[in-house]
Design a protein around this ligand. Sequence first.
Ligand code: 5GP
Length: 210
Amino acid sequence: MPADNLAPVPREPVLLVVSGPSGSGKDSLVDALRAAEPKLAYSVSATTRPSRPGEVEGQHYWFLERTEFERRRASGEFLETRDYAGHLYGTPRKPIEDALAAGRDLVMKPEVNGAMSIKIIYPQAVLVFLTVPSAAILRERLEQRRTESPETIEARVAIAAREADAIGNYEYLIVNDDFDAALEKLRAVLIAERLKIARVRGRSALDGSS
Ligand code: 5GP
């Protein structure tokens, strides 16, 4: 083997897609992952949902009026959009394309249908499903959050039950019964994915198109 072959090779970035029901702790977990991995890019979604206390425009979401959301959707600014519990959510296209083109690993957290769309567009995306030990725990966490009405909580618990059917489409499952352990597992997935030989060889080796 020539000595040149031993030099470090640039690798394809990891596109980490984390889904999980509302109340699964996904937001806190992804925040903690980003704190632990400062170079990890994050896809800030757009939504028509009103902001919750403490949520910051451009940091947690881009909060848009429905007409503005629809205008952007019509002009192709989103990679995917979904209606979730009566509000629209969408993944802005450009920041993802830019991060991946620059070779940056990126994390995003769409619901399950959005994750499936992302997987079709980017077959190399790594899909992680986050869940909690029981529906009762999910309901309890949503109630503790005190940001949702009882109707919204019921709607979100019902969506969670449907979403669980999609687990088979994911590559990794993390049960969030202990926050630190769940974070360690999520980070382990990211680290292991970075090390895949296929990622060093290039995208074609990852998506099977070679
Ligand atoms: P929440 O209102 O609790 O912030 O989000 C509701 C659901 O929408 C969550 O499951 C969240 O992951 C998902 N979501 C957030 N942004 C997007 C997005 O851009 N696309 C899709 N498909 N789902 C999203």
